[in-house]
Design a binder for this molecule. Structure first.
Ligand code: NAD
Length: 484
């Protein structure tokens, strides 16, 4: 293994910890199917150690000033950037995503979050409200111990997008990565401690759903932030609600991307490629329902087919590769199952449609045309490189169809008509919208979903509201006037 490999399964109270009693988790490199690391699930004793450490660490951390906390987060951002290549290689091993992507999208995005929230830490304040002679002041307080639970598509980014705002507000965190990609979050914990984080403030433990569930129900936990599928979100939200805990839910999507006939076709094709095939389609906000106005359908599909020849499938460690494998054999089989359904239900296969003829879990970039709204590939999240292209005639029609879904994560429009662009995004039932681009998620901008796609927002100043609460203090300057 490379130098970056973590040295044990869990990171608790500032140090690596192992407990071989825990069930095995094999970390498989998706490009070869070979096991590259073996870890252990957290036992109840590990869960307890992590939560106890987080409970104690939070008190020390919250007693520091925002400036001191911010300095540590920004130092961690600098270390992540210095080690970008090493961390990117680990991200590629964990997920199979091409190094060409991970070098620019993972540790770098994690570092952005640490830097941004590190910068905000010293600015978090309450307010003063004058009421005649009396007055009220508010104190912005941390929630306490926060739990982060991650999906497998962006393990470094998710660990930082949850950890950075939580820590900036003075909380501590126990983070459980996806069992499919257990390695990267451990490096985030290691780097935070190298930057000076007090022991116990950011802990990482491994495990499958049951370990996540045991964290959610523990009375020491004040908040749960989940990135995962809608079915998991429903379970975690319900368990948290029963105990009145705060939640952030970053869940799945089936987002619309509408291309009007006045759009720049090349730009729209670029948006559709970025919004369907980056990370081999394993992106929650992907615009997987591409609605193309009838007049440009043939030109759009022709250009798209030409551009697909630019996909370079290969060894993800080779920087020329721009299209990697699915994260696991399971995910590959799920995606192939949807492709079969698309063909069976009558969609026209325009490109791709099968496994690649090589080792690893590669599925070709796949495009279906003539997709109708009732088909399975039009309704369910596939989470793979499968683009569905629909025809439409009018704006009114396409808006009704675009919003006719339980999901509401993202939505995009390509048009050169300025007023139409703004009218369309105003009508979208989605948390994150794009005009003439797709899938950008800078830390300065709120990110999250409506409807079944989630609750709360990550990134930006909005995230502060989801990791802190306000205490109100009424100060009387005159004697109490009682009723008797
Ligand atoms: P998943 O729902 O299977 O698992 C997500 C995490 O939840 C894992 O860590 C898993 O171990 C844990 N988990 C499972 N059951 C649990 C339970 N009962 N209690 C607590 N934790 C439990 O999702 P996945 O397959 O890892 O990821 C893919 C999904 O994530 C897709 O639906 C995708 O759209 C979504 N996603 C959303 C965003 C976003 O920001 N909105 C980002 C990335 C991925």
């Amino acid at each position: 293994m490379r130098n970056a490999q973590p040295t044990a399964s869990h990171f608790i109270n500032g140090a690596y910890v192992e407990d071989t009693e825990g069930a095995l988790i094999e970390c498989v490199y998706p490009a070869t199917g070979k096991v590259i690391a073996t870890l252990h699930e957290a036992t109840p004793s590990i869960v307890d150690q992590a939560l106890s450490a987080a409970k104690a660490g939070q008190k020390i951390w919250a007693a520091m000033t925002g400036t001191e906390r911010g300095r540590i987060l920004r130092r961690a951002a600098d270390i992540m950037r210095e080690r970008n290549r090493e961390l990117s290689e680990l991200e590629t091993l964990d997920t199979g995503k091409p190094l060409q992507e991970t070098l620019v999208a993972d540790a770098t995005s994690g570092a952005d979050a640490l830097e941004y929230f590190g910068g905000l830490a010293a600015t978090l304040t309450g307010e003063h409200i004058q009421l005649g002679q009396d007055w009220v002041y508010t104190i912005r307080e941390p929630l306490g111990v926060c739990v982060g639970i991650g999906a497998w598509n962006y393990p470094t980014q998710i660990a930082c997008w949850k950890g950075a705002p939580a820590l900036a507000c003075g909380n501590s965190m126990v983070f459980k990565p996806s069992e499919t990609t257990p390695l990267c979050a451990l490096k985030v914990a290691e780097i935070l401690h190298e930057a000076g984080l007090p022991a116990g403030v950011y802990n990482v433990i491994q495990g499958r759903g049951a370990v996540g569930a045991s964290l959610v129900t523990d009375p020491r936990v004040a908040k749960v932030s989940l990135t995962g599928s809608v079915p998991t979100g429903r379970k975690v939200y319900a368990a948290a609600a029963e105990r009145m805990k705060h939640v952030t839910m970053e869940l799945g999507g089936k987002s619309p991307l509408i291309v009007f006939d006045d759009a720049d076709i090349d730009n729209a094709v670029s948006g559709a490629i970025l919004g369907n095939f980056y990370s081999s389609g394993q992106v929650c906000s992907n615009g997987t329902r591409v609605f193309v106005q009838k007049g440009i359908k043939q030109a759009f599909l022709a250009r798209l087919k030409e551009r697909l020849s630019g996909a370079v499938m290969g060894d993800p460690m080779d920087e020329a590769t721009n299209f990697g494998p699915m994260v696991s054999a399971d995910q590959m089989n799920i995606v192939l199952g949807y492709i079969n359904k698309g063909t069976e239900e009558g969609a026209t296969l325009v490109a791709g449609g099968k496994m690649a003829d090589r080792e690893g879990y590669f599925v070709e970039p796949t495009v279906f045309a003539d997709v109708t709204d009732d088909m399975t590939i039009a309704r369910e999240e596939i989470f793979g490189p499968v683009m569905a292209v629909f025809d439409f005639d009018t704006e009114e029609e396409v808006m009704a169809r675009a919003n006719d879904t339980e999901f509401g994560l993202a939505a995009g429009v390509f048009t050169n008509d300025l007023t139409r662009a703004h009218r369309v995004v105003a009508g979208f039932e989605a948390g994150t919208c794009y005009i003439n681009t797709y899938n950008l998620a800078p830390v300065e901008a709120p990110f999250g979903g409506t409807k079944a796609s989630g609750v709360g927002r990550e990134n930006s100043k909005e995230a502060i509201n989801h990791y802190s609460e306000v205490k109100t203090v009424y100060v009387a300057m005159t004697p109490v006037e009682a009723q008797f």
